[in-house]
Design a protein around this ligand. Structure first.
Ligand code: HEM
Length: 322
């Protein structure tokens, strides 16, 4: 979406995601992280993906929006199907005929959010983002019903499929570099630098796409009007002119240059939230899980082009402390 519609919609949700608004959630996020790691304490092996990296961002975004906790489990399948849409290579649907399987998640999620909005309209609350957006819709013709539903779906999906991979890719990088894991354990204050380096080294979002509304030239490539440009963010991160010795995972870099949250007017709205969740999860993992060892290296990966993340991250000898 381009301005002015993009500016209007983004403004409506941006206040909920500022660094200051997000900082207020620190204690509740830290508590959730603590509970998930408590759950690992009794186990001989622990799947970092299903036990920590996945449930944390899901619970946080669902609570912000006001999705009932009992419904959180519904999203897993829908969201996993829906992310196939981001790959954009082998899926084309012209709206005619039967809905293809990879569209089902999109359809179900929209249906669910429509019902949630209808329910909140009947029984408004004061403490969640859906109610705030409804007030904006009712108050001044600034948000249509379809825009409201699409915005909520976008936030739910963005909150499900990205920070998950930041945490899991981060734990994986730390397990492969025990010296950096030990450094984080010794000084949790280094967590923000670890998070930035993960966003560069193994970014959850590998690429983004732009449509050219007029013909243009990028380097030697000619892009026709209406053409799509695939921007390989992860590849840019490995440019030695941007980051010296780019294939090395090193949270102690003097400067980390990355496009992990994009760039420009569409710069990730959830960046402060993702950074906070990543920082708290990785610091707590380093502090509490004493002798983690990877069960499989490499672990199995999800079949995505755009979103890069594992389908399981088993560790053994977890030995979780208080
Ligand atoms: C580590 C976690 C995350 C990563 C790596 C990430 C990455 C990105 C990237 C690369 C973009 C730009 C896409 C483009 O320009 O085409 C983006 C946009 C966006 N992200 Fe994130 N994201 C993360 C977490 C989140 C979270 C937690 C939320 C909110 C709950 C969120 C909400 C959004 C939204 C709404 C946009 C669209 C902004 C716009 O178009 O103005 N993201 N994200």
């Amino acid at each position: 979406m381009d301005p002015p519609d993009h500016t209007r919609l983004r403004r409506l949700v941006s206040s909920a995601f500022t660094a200051r608004a997000v900082a207020r959630m620190e204690a509740s996020i830290a508590q959730l992280v603590g509970e998930y790691l408590d759950g690992a304490a009794e186990r001989e092996t622990f799947d970092v993906l299903s036990g920590l990296a996945y449930p944390l961002p899901v619970a946080v975004i669902c609570r912000m929006l006001g999705v009932p906790p009992a419904d959180e489990r519904l999203f897993h399948g829908w969201s996993a199907q829906l992310t196939r849409l981001f790959d954009g290579f082998d899926n084309h649907y012209d709206g005619n005929g039967e809905t293809p399987e990879w569209m089902q998640g999109e359809v179900e999620l929209h249906r669910y959010v429509n019902e949630l909005v209808a329910d909140r309209r009947k029984r408004p609350r004061r403490d969640d983002l859906i109610s705030e957006l409804l007030a904006a819709e009712d108050g001044g013709d600034v948000l249509s019903h379809d825009e409201l539903v699409s915005t909520i779906v976008l936030l739910l999906v963005a909150g499900h499929e990205t920070t998950v991979n930041l945490i899991a890719n981060g734990v994986l990088a730390l397990l492969r570099h025990p010296g950096h894991l030990a450094a984080l354990r010794a000084d949790p204050g280094t967590a923000p630098a670890v998070v930035e380096e993960i966003l560069r080294y193994d970014p959850p979002v590998q690429l983004t796409v732009r449509g050219a509304d007029q013909g243009l030239r990028v380097g030697d490539a000619k892009v026709p009007a209406g053409g799509l440009v695939f921007l390989l963010l992860a590849s840019a991160h490995r440019d030695p002119e941007a980051n010296p010795d780019p294939d090395r995972f090193d949270p102690n870099r003097e400067q980390v240059r990355h496009l992990g949250f994009g760039f420009g007017p569409h710069f990730c709205l959830g960046a402060p939230l993702a950074r906070l969740e990543g920082r708290l999860a990785l610091a707590a993992f380093a502090r509490r899980v004493r002798q983690p060892e990877l069960v499989a290296d490499p672990p199995p990966y999800r079949e995505h082009v755009n979103l890069r993340g594992v389908s399981e991250l088993l560790i053994s000898h977890a030995g979780v402390t208080r």
